[in-house]
Design a protein around this ligand. Structure first.
Ligand SMILES: [Cu+2]
Length: 283
């Protein structure tokens, strides 16, 4: 076989491995969110099947993957699936729709329901599509930050009034400390010298400022208006709908808290500690 033919075959083969088509389902479910003090909230969620879960689906892809999403709406009203600059799809009540997307850029894509904005997003309709870089051996963690005001969630159909927003519950991927420690996508664990990436999005209505004890991390990318790529810091303020990817290479072992520096967010219904707090473990 001549060299050019071998080269072409290898090239075709490499495209095959590096560009997959990933099929996923997203189900829009309504239900009740359970806070740790046994408070229940009316809630909406993007889930991987038709069973309600207060933890949104997380989709991870490799760069250059195509995504075929089948979206089902089990609610009695219409919803949208929206990604800025990429997707805007209506899903009628009790209907479904197919969305096809190609992701060539490494990074975070926030998807949410832009209907009655920001109400449906606030009620839980947001999630993350994380696009990972080819060929990097990293330990990856994913945080979706959200805040809640109990009075707004007592029942379906409540109106929300942003001028009087005063959230009293705070979650990472739909759960709060200490239960959130059981979520292996949230609790940062690793060894000295590991390359740890934290993909973080704020889909709450409040600003949050995540602070690491023990380590500084490098900003790999961010949509923040104030933070810059490659800054090394230990606190990262995110406004609503902003995202960030952090790279942490631990230089020492230890168990350290990572938490929102806005300290009300490490409480829940007035109880402390709760909310946006984890204990990170580095061996
Ligand atoms: Cu602290």
């Amino acid at each position: 076989m001549n060299k050019r033919l071998i080269y072409i075959i290898l090239l075709l083969f490499s495209f095959r491995i590096h560009a997959a088509t990933v099929q996923k389902q997203i189900h829009i479910n309504k239900g009740y969110f359970a806070a740790l003090d046994t408070t229940y909230f009316y809630y909406l969620s993007y889930n991987s099947d038709s069973t309600f879960s207060q933890q949104s689906v997380l989709i991870t892809l490799m760069q250059n993957d195509s995504l075929v999403l089948q979206i089902y709406n089990h609610d009695s009203v219409d919803h949208h699936f929206f990604i800025a600059g990429k997707a805007s799809q209506k899903i009628a009540s009790n209907g479904s729709a197919t969305v096809r997307l190609l992701f060539t850029q490494f990074g975070i894509n926030l998807f949410y329901d832009d209907l009655q904005f920001p109400k449906n997003m606030y009620l839980g309709l947001s999630g993350t599509i994380a696009v990972l870089e080819q060929g990097r051996d990293t330990k990856n963690f994913y945080w979706n930050l959200r805040d809640h005001q109990k009075q707004w969630n007592i029942q379906e159909g409540n109106t929300i009034n942003l001028s009087q927003y005063d959230p009293d519950y705070f979650t990472i991927n739909g759960q709060s400390f200490p239960v959130v420690q059981n979520d292996s996508l949230v609790k940062i664990m690793g060894k000295v010298g590991d390359t740890i990436l934290l993909y973080m999005v704020n889909s709450g209505l409040s600003a949050h400022s995540i602070h690491f004890h023990g380590y500084h991390s490098r900003i790999v990318s961010t949509t923040s208006k104030t933070l810059k790529k490659n800054w090394e810091k230990d606190t990262y303020p995110l406004e609503t709908m902003e995202n960030i990817i952090l790279e942490l290479i631990p230089d020492k072992p230890g168990i350290f808290p990572v938490h929102d520096h806005n300290l009300v967010a490490i409480s829940g219904g007035g109880r402390y500690p709760n909310g946006m707090l984890i204990m990170m473990e580095i061996k």
